[in-house]
Design a protein around this ligand. Structure first.
Ligand SMILES: [Zn+2]
Length: 142
């Protein structure tokens, strides 16, 4: 259970742990994800409602920044340093780029959702707006 008086450092560790393991940011026990990148509606252990979680394109963005740019740099370096034939890129850079962008998505999403919960990223006074947005999303069939 997250200690409400936790120091910023231990909050950071909590967020990191929940994100990495895909666990509920409130109880730290229930799984956060229903499918790979699909959040639960509520935590099966403590009943936390995941409506607050709206990381949107955050995971893809972070994944791009953390993974894609260094890998692109690697591909460019490979080209400049060794001038390999194009099929070398097909066998090295492209699979690395694909795997490298997709694999961390769940961790990054878990981390963003956990930090939203811990830091209460939802701005005060926007509850009604959020409720409307979620109601609209649910009508669309998710
Ligand atoms: Zn929970």
């Amino acid at each position: 259970m997250l200690d409400q008086d936790a120091t910023p450092k231990s909050k950071g560790q909590w967020i990191f742990r929940c994100g990495l393991k895909g666990l509920c940011p409130r109880c730290g026990k229930g799984p956060m994800f229903r499918k790979w990148l699909k959040l639960q509606d509520t935590c099966p252990t403590c009943g936390l409602n995941y409506n607050f979680a709206a990381p949107d394109d955050g995971p893809a963005f972070f994944s791009l920044c953390i993974v894609a740019f260094p890998l692109t740099f690697f591909a460019v370096w490979l080209q400049v340093a060794y001038e390999p034939p194009f099929w070398v890129h097909l066998l090295t850079s492209f699979p690395l780029l694909g795997i490298g962008c997709v694999v961390p998505l769940q961790y990054i999403k878990g981390w963003l959702v956990a930090s939203q919960y811990v830091n209460k990223a939802q701005e005060a006074g926007t509850e009604k707006l959020w409720a409307d947005l979620h109601a609209r999303a649910e009508r669309k069939g998710d």
